[in-house]
Design a protein around this ligand. Sequence first.
Ligand SMILES: NC(=O)c1ccc[n+]([C@@H]2O[C@H](COP(=O)([O-])OP(=O)(O)OC[C@H]3O[C@@H](n4cnc5c(N)ncnc54)[C@H](OP(=O)(O)O)[C@@H]3O)[C@@H](O)[C@H]2O)c1
Length: 234
Amino acid sequence: MQHGDRTALVTGGARGIGLEIGRQLADQGLRVLIGARKPAAAEEACRTIGPAALPLALDVTSATSVSTAVREALELTGRIDVLVNNAGVSLDGELRPPYVDEGILRATLDTNLTGAWLMAEAVVPGMVETGYGRVVNVTSSYGSLALMDSGRHPAYRISKTALNALTRMLAAELAGTGVLVNAADPGWTRSGMGGPSAPRGPEDGADTPVWLATLPEGDATTGGLFADRVPLPW
Ligand SMILES: NC(=O)c1ccc[n+]([C@@H]2O[C@H](COP(=O)([O-])OP(=O)(O)OC[C@H]3O[C@@H](n4cnc5c(N)ncnc54)[C@H](OP(=O)(O)O)[C@@H]3O)[C@@H](O)[C@H]2O)c1
């Protein structure tokens, strides 16, 4: 099957790195479902990408929204071959461990970990049925235990560490099914989250997630963490 027959779903796809991931996947010939909390934002993003993009109302913190969106996606396209768990929030203030803002911690985990997990639950069984799937979890070097050198942005860091663990578990559970699961660090990228001073543009940030989302048939790359297409320590 060629890329052109494949469908990708990108969460948080209406702006920032997610929008660029959607654009690059469409450029490679995939049909792209752009998930966004605000339907108008999803529609606008799809207009900028072109006819390969379809809007999808999706809030990854709501199990109801996730199941409704995936059902609608399957009605629209018949299949989801690629899932890019890109939606993310960074909410931390100045508090560092041992101090904790419980509300921020729970809200961060809700989006960055539980949201990705709910999406995997809704989408991966269909991939296993077809014997093909690519799951990309957009993480951050801030979540790497090996690189954990401060308590800045603690809720964000821990949410990405947990997302990395989910990546490893999913990859192990799905070994031999044709579904490859990897984590991608986009690097410090200009966006709502990265701010205007980041050294990388969205096209750089999207490159590794798109590479992992389009690993060719027969590729065995799974259970890895990559930045600039190179392994990063967990
Ligand atoms: N930028 C960086 O330097 C950097 C570095 C490392 C990792 N990352 C990761 O890259 C990913 C994309 O970040 P970004 O830089 O593009 O940030 P961004 O510009 O702030 O975009 C975040 C996206 O996530 C969506 N989102 C947030 N909560 C959501 C929810 N509950 N349901 C659905 N969508 C939701 C947002 O949608 P709304 O428009 O509805 O808010 C938005 O589309 C994130 O996972 C982030 O952690 C970014």
